[in-house]
Design a protein around this ligand. Structure first.
Ligand code: CU
Ligand code: ZN
Length: 178
């Protein structure tokens, strides 16, 4: 393959990426990622969460998490590191915080980029997520890009006040967003 061919291919794909970035509507070519939540040691919580960029700094988050206590509430965050290797979720680090904000409640107060709406389990211990989150992006390379970050389901409700964790307790499940 000639150098000329490589260069023209790179130019074409760069143009494609720019075209995507300028498009605010949903299409099959919007950047996507998913996170396969695996239980941490001693827990049964698992699930799959999908992410699709729907605007320049807006990501649609959808998914189902199972194995929760019936009718329970759980802090749910994107964490800084896509690392679940410690077995207790702690290797995922703190909340993803690209803007240097305080911890809080999404849509209601100052909050980390990684602060997602809390999970609410039904009587069968199943929580469904369907939320469009502003302030994050996917595959953008920007500071708020969540690709390669962690996703954590906590044991306890998020109080939205305690800094910088929301006092949401132990980590029941961990995933890498990819
Ligand atoms: Cu968390
Ligand atoms: Zn937070």
């Amino acid at each position: 393959m000639s150098m000329r061919f490589h260069l023209s291919l790179a130019a074409a794909s760069a143009a494609f990426v720019f075209a995507l970035a300028g498009c605010a509507s949903t299409s099959p070519t919007q950047p996507r990622a998913s996170a396969d939540l695996e239980p941490t040691r001693g827990n049964q919580v698992k699930g799959t969460v999908r992410f699709m960029q729907t605007g320049s700094d807006t990501v649609l988050v959808t998914g189902v998490i199972t194995g929760l206590k019936p009718n329970s509430e759980h802090g749910f965050h994107i964490h800084e590191k896509g690392d679940c290797s410690s077995g207790d979720g702690n290797s995922a680090g703190g909340h993803f915080n690209p803007t240097g904000s305080a911890h809080g409640k999404y849509g209601a107060s100052a909050h980390h980029g990684g602060d997602l709406p809390s999970l609410l389990a039904d009587a069968g211990g199943v929580a469904r997520v369907n939320a469009e989150i502003r302030g994050i992006s996917l595959a953008s390379g920007a500071a708020n890009d969540i690709a390669g970050r962690g996703l954590i389901v906590h044991a306890d409700p998020d109080d939205y006040v305690t800094q910088p964790t929301g006092n949401a307790g132990a980590r029941l499940a961990c995933a890498v967003i990819r």
